[in-house]
Design a binder for this molecule. Structure first.
Ligand SMILES: [Fe+2]
Ligand SMILES: [Fe+2]
Length: 164
């Protein structure tokens, strides 16, 4: 059985993941509007993954006899300065999400909730991967520059992203 504290924290994390799905869809729309379908595809895929993360937490709560309670999802930003700015914002967002998962892990340790710790280990590794891939895109974007022809090649490359 889940403690009320952990149940609340996991419900808040569902909210965080669903908001991530929302923010990435908004970023996809921005990239589609810039005629960068590869970047847009990358963000659409990212958005789907975030929803799947939310559902993973949903199941984790249900499996432990807890109750899923959904809240509001706030309006995501819709305007961005540039494609680099979008990627940088996405990196900052992932860093925030990692910190929030680490907080719940510490809480689960304090409560001797081993099952939640094991479940969250997947999320901790996933965050390492996500931060690494977004940070690589940010750095490579700085290398090619936003107004160069290479940006179009880069766009093509991101368009090849499959579902992980
Ligand atoms: Fe996530
Ligand atoms: Fe993420």
């Amino acid at each position: 059985m889940l403690s009320k504290t952990i149940e609340k924290a996991l419900n808040e994390q569902i909210q965080e993941e669903l908001y991530s799905a929302h923010i990435y869809l908004s970023m996809a729309a921005y990239c589609d509007n810039l005629n960068l379908p590869g970047f847009a595809h990358w963000f659409r895929t990212q958005s789907e993954e975030e929803r799947a993360h939310g559902m993973k937490l949903y199941s984790a709560i249900v499996d432990r006899g807890g109750r899923v309670v959904l809240g509001d999802i706030k309006k995501p930003p819709t305007e961005f300065k540039s494609v680099l700015a979008v990627m940088e914002q996405s990196l900052a967002h992932e860093q925030k999400v990692s910190a929030s998962i680490h907080k719940i892990y510490t809480l689960a340790q304090k409560e001797d909730d081993y099952a939640t710790q094991v479940m969250l280990q997947w999320f901790i590794s996933e965050q390492v991967e996500e931060e690494a891939s977004v940070s690589q895109i940010v750095e490579r974007l700085k290398l090619v520059g936003e107004k160069s022809a290479s940006l179009l090649y880069f766009d093509k490359e991101l368009g090849k992203r499959g579902k992980e």
